[in-house]
Design a protein around this ligand. Structure first.
Ligand SMILES: [Ca+2]
Ligand SMILES: [Ca+2]
Length: 169
């Protein structure tokens, strides 16, 4: 009898794993967007200034990416390295961080939160008041750099919590 119950519990446990894993992976993102931990990301094909890039993301119902954890940055770095196996050195992707208001105080502009997790490329940020927008710098394995907001770069858009929004379906 005891054995039966234990096997029953084990069986339920296995079912739980089977149900949970596909559900976690089942984050639904639009075509051309990639999901990771509850967000959908779009890696642009075209280039734009930082402000234009933010406007394009907004038109797509998103914002420039706000990277909050090491895991999130690791995911994006890995996606970008995969896409740019042969041309990463020339690639820069705008993200939402900026120090436009107070020099060297980096904030995610969509929430005005201070950027808490950072992985700056060696020597970055290095350009003071000339460079106030944050990008993922291919030459440095897509770590952070500050650059002139008027440069035309690729960009990463992010929809956070798409299942709470209009995205599914
Ligand atoms: Ca600056
Ligand atoms: Ca810089």
């Amino acid at each position: 009898m005891r054995t039966t119950i234990e096997m029953g519990q084990l069986h339920i446990f296995q079912i739980a794993i089977i149900l949970v894993i596909p559900y976690t992976d089942a984050l639904q993102c639009r075509d051309g967007w990639t999901g990771f931990e509850g967000s959908c990301y779009y890696l642009s094909h075209g280039v734009a200034t930082w402000a234009e890039a933010g406007a394009v993301c907004k038109m797509l119902g998103s914002n420039l990416a706000m990277i909050e954890t090491a895991a999130e940055l690791t995911f994006l770095k890995s996606e970008l390295r995969h896409i740019h196996q042969h041309d990463a050195d020339k690639m820069q992707y705008w993200i939402d961080g900026a120090d436009l208001e107070v020099e060297n105080v980096w904030r995610w502009t969509q929430t005005e939160q201070i950027v808490s997790f950072t992985e700056w490329a060696p020597g970055e940020p290095n350009a003071g008041e000339n460079d106030n927008c944050m990008n993922l710098w291919g030459k440095s394995g897509f770590r952070y750099a500050d650059n002139d907001c008027e440069e035309h770069y690729h960009y990463v858009c992010q929809i956070r919590d798409p299942e709470g929004g209009e995205l599914v379906g």
